[in-house]
Design a protein around this ligand. Sequence first.
Ligand code: NAD
Length: 389
Amino acid sequence: MAEKRFRTAIIGLGFIGPEHYRNLGLIDNVDRVAVCDPENVEAKAAKAKIHVPHLYSDWRAVIDNKNIDAVHVCAPNDNHKEIVLAALDAGKHVICEKPLASSAADTKEMVLAAQKAEPKGIRTMVNFNYTGHQLARYAKYLVQTGQLGKLRVALASYFQDWLQHQRDFSPSRCMGESCAWEDIGSHGTDMVLYVSGQRPTELMADLVTYNKVRDKPKRPLLAFEDPHKLPPEEFDQVDITTDDYAHVIMLFDNDFRANVTATQVYAGKKNDLTAQFIGATDSYAWDQTRPDEALFGHRFKPNEALDRGTLSVEQLAALSIIPPKHPIGYGKATANQFAEFYESAASGKTIGDYPTFMRGHNVACITDAVLCSKRQGGIKVPVSYLGLS
Ligand SMILES: NC(=O)c1ccc[n+]([C@@H]2O[C@H](COP(=O)([O-])OP(=O)(O)OC[C@H]3O[C@@H](n4cnc5c(N)ncnc54)[C@H](O)[C@@H]3O)[C@@H](O)[C@H]2O)c1
């Protein structure tokens, strides 16, 4: 029998939408048939070298197209819920960018809609792409098989510098309720929950705004325009209240705790996500900027510098569409999870370990608690999962 194929559309063509397009090109059973963006969709598609039969400027046209089987929601966070609910209602499979939405009340609605659609064979995923890397999955394997001993501490950090200067400005990131935490702290949080298999019950948050004023361009900048080379009169000064530095201590049951730190004002750091897991006997550390290496740390024997390509096939065969010894980076880790998603949609069985909407909900619940702690000066607050488990 011929393999089931999926006609897929991408909604939102900023930074991440074209990345989805490129990675979908690696998936055997997907045809990329449409893209959508309300602003200059033709120009954005041309710039990203996207070739599809349909270009739309309104996402509702994607939903109305009955020939489209799946949508990738790559629009800014505040659009996710409306588009996802409409797509599920229309019987389409959905991959939504992280964060799934900006409040736990919204993500709960999205999880419930996904659960309602699932018996009809509809699949949903949130794009926490870093857990599609084999060495992130290897961390989970070591924890699950007890090779670190009882898990004591997780340390996750995500450092960038693209908002380091006053002239650096992103309307979709800087003007919401949270910036660094929601944008990239969400990845670190998902990594800790994914590897540990646990959710925190309480947390304390320290969210800081170092750049309290930013220069907002008076007009949309062209793709090649560098704001740092424009005169001051091209900008308005706007007050900023969202965090550009965040660190959060999370407390779990069983004497396990985590510290997740996120910032976009660390000069020199471009996309440095690291995750360390400290068990009672052994430890594990992985840095996504050195994606083929990890350190398996021991107390009574030499440490092991793991080389992903030489880990045994039995351990990793199920974890990648890429053969052993072929380097894996950001894009291939994303494609790994897309492949699992579309294989699951085709077979009707869950294949692999791609991130579910429930993972997006867990992270949104933690963000709600982080903002609650921040409003009260960083005190310890409980995390509510709104009755979902
Ligand atoms: N998984 C990752 O590693 C990763 C990386 C970057 C961004 N993201 C997520 O992807 C999403 C988009 O981020 P980005 O960096 O691409 O943002 P961006 O601002 O670069 O691009 C957003 C695009 O969406 C378009 N858009 C706005 N409203 C829309 C609507 N209603 N329908 C369709 N398109 C719309 C905009 O015109 C723009 O082209 C965010 O949720 C972000 O958190 C994830």
